[in-house]
Design a protein around this ligand. Structure first.
Ligand code: 5AD
Ligand code: SF4
Length: 475
């Protein structure tokens, strides 16, 4: 039988999908129902996209989606490890499923994603979480059907974590969370090695997808009703490195923007060290590209940036922002900031506040530094006093919030297009839409508008979001 199993991908996975499908089908005949699954996602957009691929494979082999994890026949946790607290949250939930498994003996529990690329975590599962059936990492999510097949046919705990990525497997199924928008990977992995960050160790070296694969995927998504695409990569600027065809990120953006039927194009995350003038120019000249940039600052202090290995100074960053704002005056800027990196002094922190005040972000994700073992920063001494960190964090948050509120206030009364993303769960009869600058607006409207882009008047700014009303008579 071994000989019949194809070695090449995606043929090999298609083979296993068909095998598992047969098993699931015959069990469903006995039980009178098809099994259900729940994929629980932690972390970033990259993980959200991976979860859509995992869901696509599960749907393809006969599973249907469950409402919640306790009732599902297969639960898959797609994990994040960028900060320590994510790990604690995961194990609480995995532990709870032990009880559900006592009731449903056929239940399958799996853990995959970034955390599983860390050997200590896998050891912990082997030792203390025997009820976990499947463990795999970030490099082989495409192998879900094969891993599941191994478990179904042996009943053993299957651990299949690869040290590095052997290939990019294209053309496997995926099941989108939203009908009208989708993430699309353009690069995988990261070569930047910021000294605090675990991503290069868990997602491996940077690899770019071929432009034709990306464009084909987007064309298929658009034909299927997708209006907004978010290009995903740890550092989108370095797109194209290592490909046979010579193509830059700016070149890719231009080619994608030409796709007919695509209405909005976004991307994340650009690294400030190499966001080119060419990209700024393409953004400026292309109506489809959202005038929004998420530009992680991390720290405003040149000394700390050096220790972080960010390869830019405070002045470089501010110069870049000036170039962007000169070219695109209505650009919306957002950022990520870490407080309490080893050795951060009050003076360093004041530099961060200064940059925040000068750039005037529309919003910012603020994080307390989390020590990740295996990273260079974990070995740095001079950990900052937790009380000082808390104080700085609060001051930073207040500054970010005040500026964001002032920024949103300025747009009150303006009319802007919003992509209607869904019903507002808290206000009867209201819908929620996303503006080009990624901010949210709530307004009255009918459900049939979900997935459409409508013009909305922004009546009232509420800090990070707006209340508004639809301009046209479509209400
Ligand atoms: N501690 C705190 N925040 C971190 N981030 C990445 N690594 C760490 C860490 N060790 C933040 C960065 C990054 C975002 C995704 O997470 O700000 O941009
Ligand atoms: Fe995303 Fe990084 Fe978290 Fe992995 S560790 S899910 S790449 S944020």
């Amino acid at each position: 039988m071994e000989n019949l199993i194809p070695n090449e991908e995606p043929l090999r996975q298609e083979y296993f999908m068909s095998e598992v499908n047969d098993i699931i089908h015959s069990r469903a005949m006995d039980k009178g129902a098809y099994p259900t699954y729940k994929v629980v996602t932690f972390g970033c957009q990259m993980n959200a996209r991976d979860s859509e691929k995992l869901s696509g494979i599960l749907s393809g082999i006969g599973y249907t989606e469950a409402e919640n994890e306790e009732d599902a026949d297969l639960v898959l946790f797609n994990t994040c490890t960028v900060r320590e607290n994510a790990n604690d949250r995961l194990y609480g939930r995995v532990g709870q499923l032990k009880k559900s498994k006592e009731k449903n003996h056929d239940m399958i529990v799996g853990i995959c994603g970034c955390m599983m690329q860390e050997a200590e975590e896998v050891e912990k599962i082997k030792k203390s979480y025997r009820h976990v059936d499947l463990v795999f990492g970030t490099h082989n999510i495409y192998k879900l059907a094969e891993i599941l097949f191994d478990h179904l046919t042996t009943k053993k705990q299957i651990i299949n974590v690869m040290e590095s990525a052997d290939m990019i497997v294209e053309k496997l199924p995926n099941k989108r969370q939203y009908a009208f928008k989708s993430g699309v990977n353009i690069t995988f992995g990261c070569n930047n090695f910021c000294s605090y960050c675990i991503v290069p160790y868990v997602r491996g070296r940077e690899r770019s997808r071929k432009p034709e694969e990306i464009i084909d995927e987007i064309k298929t998504l658009v034909a299927d009703g997708v209006k907004e695409i978010m290009l995903l990569g740890q550092n989108v600027n370095s797109y194209g490195r290592g490909l046979e065809e010579e193509i830059s990120f700016a070149g890719l953006l231009e080619r994608i923007a030409e796709i007919e039927g695509l209405e909005r194009l976004r991307f994340m995350t650009p690294h400030p060290k190499d966001l080119s003038d060419e990209v700024i120019e393409v953004m400026k000249n292309n109506k489809k590209i959202c005038k929004h940039l998420h530009l992680p600052l991390q720290s405003g202090s040149s000394a700390i940036l050096k220790k972080m290995n960010r390869v830019y100074t405070k002045e470089d960053y501010l110069n870049l922002v000036k170039r962007i704002k000169t070219a695109i005056p209505d650009i919306s800027l957002t950022t990520d900031i870490i407080v309490g990196f080893p050795g951060e002094t009050e003076g360093d922190f004041l530099d961060t506040l200064e940059v925040v005040k000068e750039v005037r972000y529309d919003s910012a994700f603020t994080f307390i530094y989390s020590k990740r073992s295996g990273t260079p920063a974990a070995k740095m001494e001079e950990q900052v006093d937790p009380k000082a960190i808390k104080d700085r964090f609060d001051r930073l948050l207040k500054t970010v919030q005040d500026i964001a509120a002032e920024n949103t206030k300025k747009n009150e009364g303006k009319c802007m297009p919003a992509l209607v993303e869904g019903k507002n769960e808290h206000m009867e009869g209201y819908l929620t839409g996303k503006l080009e600058n990624n901010l949210t607006v709530h307004f009255k409207g009918q459900e049939r508008l979900i997935g459409e882009i409508v013009d909305v008047i922004l009546d009232e700014a509420k800090g990070f979001y707006y209340m508004g009303h639809i301009k046209t008579s479509e209400v």
